[in-house]
Write a protein of this length. Sequence first.
Lengths: 170, 170
Amino acid sequence: MKDLKSLIRTIPDFPKSGILFRDITPILQDGEAFKQVILTFKKETPKNVKKVVAIESRGFIFGSPLSYLLGVGFVPIRKSGKLPWKKIKMEYDLEYGVDTIEIHQDGIKKGERVILIDDLLATGGTAFASVKLIEKCGGIVEKILFLVELTDLNGRERLKDYDVFSIIKF
Amino acid sequence: MKDLKSLIRTIPDFPKSGILFRDITPILQDGEAFKQVILTFKKETPKNVKKVVAIESRGFIFGSPLSYLLGVGFVPIRKSGKLPWKKIKMEYDLEYGVDTIEIHQDGIKKGERVILIDDLLATGGTAFASVKLIEKCGGIVEKILFLVELTDLNGRERLKDYDVFSIIKF
């Protein structure tokens, strides 16, 4: 087993001054470490899940192998304007301004149990909006998976009504 | 075996007037069809490949399960400003203007054989720039994989010095 946390590269002042960015690419580049991550996510996934929903774009990197391994469909949540067909939308507040995420109308069936996955849990704003978007589609969020959790930012509190799992905590 | 081509949804006038957009999300949403795609890519990958390089962001969806199955590292190529660490860049011409793609400096080792993967081959502009970026890093592109190829746009001609494979042709 690899020590995944030690593979994370910390970049000061990215994308802006004062932010310590946790760069996950050294884990991705390491075939053995990447496999360990995906197998951990698989182990954490409840058996009754019928779709993997992943948040653009780093969430795609973890969601699609999980979807492959489970043999269930993969559904992308994307930023506004990227998905081409009929969409359901959710707005959410940023520090300054508002952002919108979208999902295709036929991505999740009513009553379908899903996993939500992304690379990083910070304040939980995007994940919370994604959960609400899935629920607007009639889906049931069984569990939310992250590679990295920044515990100081209390994202887990924001998602307290849901089962949240993260592999690496800072 | 599923008929993958029949699952593609064609959207007129997206992202702009006059363009027929080939929407691949119905394939992703179908666990069995998605698995068929990934296993086809695996079968097409030469044995000596040491990295899977995927183009943001739909390329990630196919590149990461392939990387998982091969047990080799996954390296993202991203649009300008997205990668946090030391980067190598490549500019390329668009219809109007110029775009830049980037890769982390430590993503590919000198002499490493890689697969390049993306969802769609159109004119081949982004794929060609990606190949050149990989070669600037010292990597060797063994093969280029696409889910969909728009044959009218002659992307294959642009990539004629490379081994190109696509699953679905329009």
